[in-house]
Design a protein around this ligand. Structure first.
Ligand SMILES: [Fe+2]
Ligand SMILES: [Fe+2]
Length: 330
């Protein structure tokens, strides 16, 4: 049997448990938070006062912070790209209403959709950013799509999502801390609650991988190895500003995130180590020779990457994003 057919069979085998995994990891719509819980209520008489407070507190936050928050928001807003990509993965079938994997993707998308929504509204009210430029970048990013090198392979895709959900947990959580340090409790709460969602999602995707390891250990190991060897590309790697080519904006955005410690190359290595520990890569048995070699590579990778991460020098800010009004540059 080809490895593609085995993957489909494994996905069909795991599908029977997906409904219960939805219950375990996702929160019912009636119970989960909504963006308006963290934003001024436009039906209330206090609305303008609340907005004024947001605008006042926003003045305390520096240029680099806004760049990162905008980049994070745009990354969340490109959700159509992620949903359509996942719907195309082997074993996920949205035409079949009974397909539990498609149900997972839809429910996960519903939760994720609130992230871009709440951040977008907050940024709009803050008065510190150029919304039109941001909107153009979002439209460019969705139009450009992405290529995360996972193909339609569920194994590779679930490694990617396990990694990426943890990476977004780290970055939203750090943004929350920075906001709190500047006395902006409301923004801190908003980013904190988003990071909580990301952590739940990370646990879910990690469990998918764990379950695959139990039934197809060698191929799962090879897929993990493949993804880490080619490196996890960030979902917004095609980010660009109006009039710009792809790449400049993303590089500057990730340099900014490194500079303010929101997401660094050390975090990348940390996440890799967490995945290795979580999946107990050292204890997996019944591996082919090739998969044994892949395991060796993976076990040694964090320390190798850490040595490289130590040498990385983050350039000073030399770029002016159109997203953030120059008046805010401090
Ligand atoms: Fe998200
Ligand atoms: Fe997420």
């Amino acid at each position: 049997m080809s490895s593609k057919n085995v993957r489909l069979e494994v996905m069909q085998f795991l599908e029977k448990d997906v409904e219960s995994l939805i219950e375990k990891y996702l929160i019912p719509i009636e119970k989960i938070w909504q963006p308006t819980d963290f934003l001024p209520n436009s039906e209330s008489d206090h609305f303008f006062e609340d907005v004024r407070e947001i605008r006042e507190l926003s003045k305390e936050l520096p240029y680099d912070f806004w760049v990162v928050l905008v980049g994070d928001m745009i990354t969340e807003e490109a959700l159509p790209t992620y949903e359509s990509w996942l719907m195309d993965v082997e074993g996920v079938n949205q035409v079949d209403r009974e397909n539990a994997w498609a149900k997972w993707v839809r429910h996960w998308t519903g939760e994720e959709n609130r992230h871009g929504d709440v951040l977008n509204k907050y940024l709009y009210l803050s008065g510190r950013v150029n919304m039109r430029e941001i909107e153009k970048t979002t439209q460019y990013l969705i139009a450009d799509g992405f290529d995360i090198g996972t193909d339609r392979d569920p194994y590779k895709n679930f490694v990617y999502t396990s990694f990426q959900e943890l990476a977004t947990y780290v970055s939203h959580n750090r943004v929350a801390k920075l906001a709190k340090e500047k006395g902006n409790k409301q923004l801190a709460k908003m980013c904190k609650i988003i990071s909580g969602d990301e952590m739940r999602h990370h646990h879910a995707y990690s469990e998918f991988v764990e379950r695959i390891f139990k039934v197809d250990p060698s191929q799962m190991m090879m897929a993990f190895h493949y993804m880490m060897k080619q490196k996890i590309t960030m979902p917004a790697h095609f980010l660009r500003e109006s009039g710009d080519k792809i790449s400049t904006a993303f590089e500057e955005f990730s340099n900014t995130a490194q500079r303010i410690g929101v997401y660094t190359s050390k975090d990348y290595v940390d996440i890799l180590q967490k995945l290795i520990d979580r999946w107990e890569i050292d204890k997996i048995t019944n591996l082919t020779d090739e998969a044994e070699k892949a395991r060796d590579y993976l076990m040694k990778l964090p320390s190798r990457m850490l040595r490289l991460a130590d040498r990385v020098k983050i350039p000073e800010n030399s770029f002016e994003f159109k997203w953030v009004e120059p008046a805010v540059i401090k």
